[in-house]
Design a protein around this ligand. Sequence first.
Ligand SMILES: NC(=O)c1ccc[n+]([C@@H]2O[C@H](COP(=O)([O-])OP(=O)(O)OC[C@H]3O[C@@H](n4cnc5c(N)ncnc54)[C@H](OP(=O)(O)O)[C@@H]3O)[C@@H](O)[C@H]2O)c1
Length: 324
Amino acid sequence: MRIVIPGGTGQLGALLTRALAPQGHDVVVLSRSGRAPEGARGVRWDGATLGPWAAELDGASAVINLAGRTVNCRPSARNRQQMMTSRVFSTQAVGQAIAQATRPPPVWLQMSTATLYAHRFDAPNDEATGIIGGAEPDAPAWWASSVWVGQAWERALAEADTPHTRKVALRTAMVMSPDRGGVFDYLLQLTRLGLHGPIAGGRQFVSWIHGDDFVRAVRFLMQAEHVHGPVNLCAPEPLPQRDFAAALRDAWGARVGLPAAGWMVALGAWLLRTDTELVRKSRRVVPGRLLADGFDFEHPAWPGAARALVAARRGAQGALPAPV
Ligand SMILES: NC(=O)c1ccc[n+]([C@@H]2O[C@H](COP(=O)([O-])OP(=O)(O)OC[C@H]3O[C@@H](n4cnc5c(N)ncnc54)[C@H](OP(=O)(O)O)[C@@H]3O)[C@@H](O)[C@H]2O)c1
């Protein structure tokens, strides 16, 4: 199969390439630099307009669009604007390329975000009954802009005129893989420093998915011909942040996890040039559609997933096993 991955130069593109390329698939990564993870073929695009790259989608077996400016940055107006335009323009460009293809790909998996759902504690959000965020009375006003980005991203997918291509929006939670530079790496550094305790009380829920299950879910959705529309990609057991941190400390064998008050989180986020929303918003999201379709999680609960990630990290020493 030829599988085209726009924006595949980051953590998730590397995970997918590591799983798909060894099976003999022709993995094509579209990037602004022309770079690609090992095992993939890099093709240059600008992430916004049609170009020669569009030929790669003609006759492809699947498109998995991951492109978008990282959300791990200060919530400035400029960064927010780039988060929005990089996602909407790249999705529109992918849609135009599919629309003009003589042999359009049968499936387009489009990255979206679990951050679309409301900041809440009372009940989990699935695709059917979940509440879309943006108007929570107990959340800072600027958190709404992440919801608007997610909505605009999915709207660009929905509006693409691609009648012969099945479209799925991947509402993805934090993907945990042992690789350097990913979110797990960051949390592990905090854990090793004794700084991964309850954050601002630790009542907020953390939704997550193990990298292996992310890859398995993507494969599942490539083949599940009846599935259209939004699908939550997250483990079935989100948990409060204080329990999440404690389980990672246990897995690593860290005895100390200092709590961080709200003002400390704000200062830390400013120093690290990131956004407190990433750790303070309560993300209580569950994979309703995947479970209803019989998808079987290898890592449904965080304590076991954390132990597996720590073991992979300790055993790897730079040469990580390919996710299955
Ligand atoms: N990692 C997670 O836990 C997670 C969870 C939920 C959702 N997501 C979403 O999934 C996608 C992939 O995640 P990732 O962690 O692999 O992200 P990443 O490491 O930030 O990679 C995203 C890719 O998007 C491309 N990009 C950045 N700015 C762009 C722009 N202005 N125009 C076009 N392309 C641009 C970059 O490719 P080039 O620089 O090579 O062009 C980059 O490699 C992202 O959209 C992210 O928001 C990630």
